[in-house]
Design a protein around this ligand. Structure first.
Ligand code: NAD
Length: 481
């Protein structure tokens, strides 16, 4: 299977549309089949939210050109010519099995079929297929266009190579595949989420807490730390310096106390009504769509902060962003808009703002090569030791700018680079800067070689850029000629 250019979606509800948005934003053409007469409107709403979220999450990245969306008239029409199929039908085994058997007969055997099922066993889902080896669970999380996790689980007949290919594909679209090593109902994540849900249902049933109080118990506490360290790493820290063994001995005995029931209460009409009523009160009239946008904004904020720390889901989006950059040519790593207070008495961008934009461009390069906040915290960083700026064209308020970077030379301690700022609307060259960056050990306050992984990225870039023509204006000095 080569590159995936066209994907078919079977089912375009909450999850199908979320997949659709992620695929389209990755430049993949999408055909979707779903008999819902409102499909187009609902799908477009999810796509609009996804575009909005991605613009905030990747403000500087050059994202692929969006793929095209086609609403298919039948299952056969949707899967025709597809390089990959993602099923997001209602969670009913009989329906999924029937549709898998049907799609199976319509596609060449190398095309992978991914199922979004939250917990049905793939061995059962593939049992009516002629080519069961191509079926794999790719279980995503809502909103699919933002959350990176995708659980990959094969059935008895799924080919190992299919799990690998599916994982590589999901990774290429910015996700974090988690291979479920043993086929099990509910996979890993939903088993844990359901355990929490069961206890929460009991607390509502027994009048201990409302839906809002239960959510508060998560979002003001454990939820914050879950988002980057999960359960076990956090408990390790809860054990203090002795770590996990101490934690186990301190809190282990509580497992014998009746803190949890772990069986769900009977879902009576009365309990369901109570939950729905409490949930309505909790939402305070804010619509689902508004809540979705609030959720997305908060997720983007958390993930952006984690990206700055190169940690957990932040590391995933950073890797993804890096994968979008074409390193064979000059790099475009920074974008900016000229703000009103950047303008001087001449009505043009004032001098020191050029240096600001160039400085931010250098920072973007550092992020790209892995010299980030965590790198600085480890006592290593590049310092600017020389800058030569040429002001070539006037810049006015409100203009969108982008900056390019070319590495002219590099060794283990130095990067000699050349930036250019362009006006984005017509690619007019506005200014250039040539810089020397010196790598330092910030504690010893001395020049020192960069860390191996950073150096490797710098070398790769320098090697690729050595084939580019020397930029006009490089090596210039100030003087009357
Ligand atoms: P949904 O009800 O929002 O969407 C299901 C869609 O399937 C509907 O739009 C429906 O019209 C369509 N459909 C029904 N019969 C069809 C057919 N024969 N052919 C094509 N389309 C058909 O449900 P959802 O939440 O999107 O869930 C879809 C799948 O994703 C389920 O397997 C679910 O377990 C899984 N999932 C859901 C979530 C979640 O948070 N909602 C998360 C992860 C996985």
């Amino acid at each position: 299977m080569g590159e995936i250019k066209t994907a078919a979606l079977v089912g375009g509800g909450v999850i199908g549309a979320g997949w659709g948005a992620r695929f389209l934003l990755n430049g993949i053409d999408v055909a979707v089949y779903d008999p819902d007469p409102e499909l187009q409107r609902k799908f477009e709403t999810v796509l609009a939210n996804a575009r909005r979220a991605w613009a905030k999450l990747f403000p500087a990245a050059e994202l692929p050109r969006e793929g095209s969306l086609r609403i298919a008239s039948s299952l056969a029409d949707a899967v025709k010519g597809a390089d990959f199929v993602q099923e997001s039908l209602p969670e009913r085994e009989d329906l999924k099995r029937r549709i898998f058997a049907e799609i199976d007969g319509l596609l060449p055997p190398h095309v992978i079929i991914g199922s979004s099922t939250s917990g049905l066993l793939p061995s059962r889902l593939q049992s009516d297929m002629l080519h069961p080896e191509r079926l794999v669970v790719g279980h995503p999380f809502n909103p699919v266009y933002l959350l990176p996790l995708v659980e990959i689980c094969g059935g008895e007949k799924t080919a190992a190579e299919v799990k690998e290919r599916a994982g590589a594909f999901y990774k290429s679209i910015g996700m974090q595949p988690l291979h479920v090593r043993k086929e099990i109902d509910g996979f890993i994540a939903d088993r844990m989420l359901e355990a929490v849900w069961r206890e929460a249902l009991w607390m509502i049933n027994d009048g201990i807490a409302t839906t809002e109080e239960i959510d508060d118990a998560i979002r003001y506490g454990a939820g914050l730390r879950w988002s980057f360290m999960g359960t076990f790493l956090i408990y390790r820290l809860a054990g203090g310096e002795p770590g996990m063994r101490h934690f186990m001995s301190q809190f282990g005995p509580a497992l014998k106390l009746p803190w949890t029931k772990l069986v769900a209460p009977e879902l009576t009409d009365e309990l369901t009504d109570t939950i729905v009523r409490q949930s309505d009160d909790q939402a305070r009239g804010v619509s689902i769509r508004e809540l979705e946008r609030r959720r997305d904004d908060c997720l983007v904020a958390v993930m952006s902060a984690l990206r700055d720390n190169d940690f957990a889901s932040g590391a995933t989006i950073k890797d993804y962003e890096r994968s979008l950059v074409d390193e064979s040519g000059v790099l475009t790593l920074h974008r900016a808009t000229v703000k009103p207070d950047w303008i001087d008495y001449n009505g043009h961008m004032t001098e020191h703002r050029y240096l600001q934009v160039f400085g931010e461009t250098t920072d973007a390069l550092f992020q790209h090569i892995g010299a980030d906040a965590a790198y600085l915290a480890s006592g290593l960083m590049y310092y600017t030791v020389e800058t030569h700026i040429r002001h070539l064209h006037e810049v006015t308020e409100g203009e969108a700018l982008h900056a390019t970077t070319q590495i002219l030379a590099a060794d283990d301690k130095r990067i000699h680079l050349f930036h250019a700022i362009y006006r984005s609307r017509d690619d007019q060259l506005l200014a250039t800067a040539e810089q020397m960056q010196l790598h330092v050990d910030t504690n010893a306050k001395k020049a020192a070689p960069a860390r191996a992984d950073v150096l490797e990225r710098v070398r790769k870039l320098a090697q690729a850029h050595s084939a580019l023509p020397r930029p006009e204006g490089s090596g210039r000095s100030v003087g009357v000629r």
